[in-house]
Design a protein around this ligand. Structure first.
Ligand code: SF4
Length: 317
């Protein structure tokens, strides 16, 4: 509380003033201010700044100087005298992303070009905007689902305005330009991201390999890869079990047949070379086994033919 000086008529009249800091809620809850008193909030003060701030920005948009395909020719034509987008303050196309305010994606976005586009976008300073010009940039256009074409730049960049057409007419382009101006006009200094604390996150640059990989999708891709690998292993195991089950009767029949044949032939001729002094069966050499297989015999089951025995074998040594 403070006493204000008197009005000078009687020399002793005084009026008290009160200085208070209020939150916006408290301010809104208060009754109207007394007449003659101007009250405001910081937010309202900034609202007075916003029109001038946005007016300056919407009439000084500098597009980035790049194009991707036929739509770029239409974009270039805007700079010529007939349409002359310099009337809107947009004519100063910049060769450096550091000095550009708006990226006009004009044309087919190929997978090979996309990493460069995203890198350029990341290099632009805030505030920055993206216009997607033409069907190709909007969703792939006539090349949608093509092996080398991205189905829309908005899968990677935040698009502010889409301009339809293949290619868009100059009038459509100017309409899109004005739509972006309207969007800029509606922004408030209090809300915009570039005056907030913390850095704006960069968009991860896609990796071009056999196909395009969005680094943001790597965790999901890894999970899907693991699931596919587990599925493949399970399918392999099941196939092996099924094959073993199908072969089991045939193997049993073969073994039974061999046993019958053995009984019919009597005991297998002993060679003396088939057992070791310890009494264990002597391993059949690879050469003998191969020769037996060539004759349709099973090594270890069928007796070794005499001509394959080493010299001196079968004489009890
Ligand atoms: S939208 Fe049409 S004119 Fe534009 S780049 Fe694609 S094919 Fe060319």
């Amino acid at each position: 509380m403070a006493d204000a000086p008197g009005n000078g008529q009687n020399g002793n009249s005084s009026q008290s003033y009160e200085l208070r800091l209020m939150t916006e809620e408290e301010f809104m809850a208060e009754d109207a201010a007394p007449p003659g008193i101007l009250v405001t909030t910081f937010s309202k003060l900034l609202d007075a700044v916003n029109p001038a701030y946005n007016w300056g920005r919407r009439y000084s948009m500098w597009p980035m100087q790049f194009g991707l395909a036929c739509c770029a020719i239409e974009f270039i034509s805007q700079a010529a005298s007939r349409y002359d987008f310099d009337r809107f303050g947009w004519g100063l196309t910049r060769a450096s992303p550091r000095q550009a305010d708006v990226m006009i994606v004009s044309g087919t976005v190929t997978k090979k070009m996309l990493p460069q586009i995203v890198r350029l976008y990341n290099q632009m300073a805030e505030p920055k905007y993206v216009i997607s010009m033409g069907c190709c940039a909007n969703g792939g256009g006539p090349f949608k689902e093509g092996y080398n074409v991205v189905s829309g730049i908005d899968q990677f960049l935040p698009v502010d305005v889409y301009i339809p057409g293949c290619p868009p007419t100059p009038q459509a382009f100017l309409h899109g330009l004005m739509k972006l101006q309207e969007k800029v006009d509606a922004e408030r200094v209090q809300d915009v991201a570039w005056y907030r604390r913390g850095q704006t996150e960069e968009i991860p640059v896609p990796i071009l390999g056999p196909d395009l990989i969005d680094p943001r999708q790597v965790p999901e891709l890894q999970v899907a890869l693991k699931a596919a690998e587990a599925e493949r292993k399970a399918a392999d195991e099941a196939a092996k079990l099924a094959a073993a089950a199908a072969l089991a009767p045939a193997l049993a029949a073969l073994a039974a047949g061999q046993a019958q044949a053995g009984q019919a032939q009597g005991p297998a001729p002993t060679t003396g070379a088939e057992t070791l002094p310890s009494g264990k069966p002597k391993p059949i050499s690879g050469k003998v086994a191969k020769a037996m297989r060539e004759r349709g015999l099973t090594p270890g089951v069928d007796p070794i033919p005499a001509d394959l025995l080493p010299p001196g074998a079968g004489q009890g040594d």
